[in-house]
Design a protein. Structure first.
Length: 167
């Protein structure tokens, strides 16, 4: 009976946890910078300076380690308008951006490995809840959908087991 209850609870928990890529499945091989639900997807602007959402927002608590999605060289690590940002150049015209972080752990010109911690997550877009990491990707200077570059996650990334207590 106890095993059946645990299996049932685990199945419900897994079914109710949002997949890191939302409904879309990524076709790429990059590492997710953080693991959490995508709460706002990519919305390409109609023009280079038009309205849109130039990345994805991944919900995570403030202070979550942020990993470099792919190996590269840090081209920017610092403050813009009072907020912290990191940019990594991966070569071939590809650049990733990590926005509104709470702490930067790399410096300009640092070479980073795929999955290396480069920052700690912050609040995300000012005034938007829940807290999140804004993750963007540019190809030859134009923002593209990050989900095209991120690997499809596995359910193993989302399962958190808790010990059973006798009772």
């Amino acid at each position: 009976m106890r095993k059946a209850l645990v299996a049932c609870v685990l199945a419900v928990a897994v079914a109710s946890v949002p997949w890191p890529g939302g409904v879309a499945q990524a076709a790429g091989s990059w590492t997710w910078p953080v693991v959490g639900p995508v709460i706002h997807g990519f919305e390409p602007p109609a023009s280079p300076f038009g309205a849109g959402h130039r990345g994805i927002d991944i919900a995570v608590p403030i202070g979550t380690p942020v990993a470099a999605a792919e190996a590269g060289t840090v081209t920017f690590a610092g403050t813009v308008a009072g907020h912290l940002f990191v940019t990594v150049d991966h070569g071939g015209g590809l650049v990733s951006t990590y926005s509104w972080v709470s702490e930067v752990l790399v410096a300009k010109n640092d070479v980073v490995a795929n999955g290396e911690t480069i920052a700690l997550s912050g609040t995300g877009h000012p005034g938007v809840l829940p807290e999140h990491l804004h993750f963007g990707v540019k190809l030859n200077g134009a923002y593209v959908d990050p989900l095209d570059y991120l690997s499809p996650g596995t359910v193993v990334d989302l399962i958190r087991l808790a010990p059973l207590t006798e009772g």
